[in-house]
Design a protein around this ligand. Structure first.
Ligand SMILES: [Zn+2]
Length: 87
């Protein structure tokens, strides 16, 4: 799910509507992600309703927290290198 969220960011699939509202263009449709005053993030997709988390809300979380985005980026690049050396 983290990788999927990262790909949403890299593919510029997130559109900022205003300070706390984002449109995320996912594989199955476009969803609205809203950030609450307490920093909590909610998404309009079905996955978020059932699991309370999804790649869209995660992507917005990463986008609004540069430190989190950096650590995810490092982790994904490390994994890519590992897979490359296996081949
Ligand atoms: Zn979602």
């Amino acid at each position: 799910m983290i990788k999927k969220a990262y790909e949403l960011i890299c593919g510029r699939r997130i559109e900022r509507i205003d300070e706390d509202t984002f449109n995320v263009i996912g594989v199955h449709g476009t969803y609205t992600v809203v950030r609450g005053v307490d920093g909590s993030i909610s998404c309009s997709c079905a996955g978020f309703l059932t699991r309370k988390r999804c790649s869209h809300s995660l992507a917005v979380m990463m986008l609004t927290q540069p430190a989190l985005l950096m650590s995810v980026k490092r982790e994904i690049e490390r994994e890519r290198r590992r897979q490359k050396s296996k081949r």
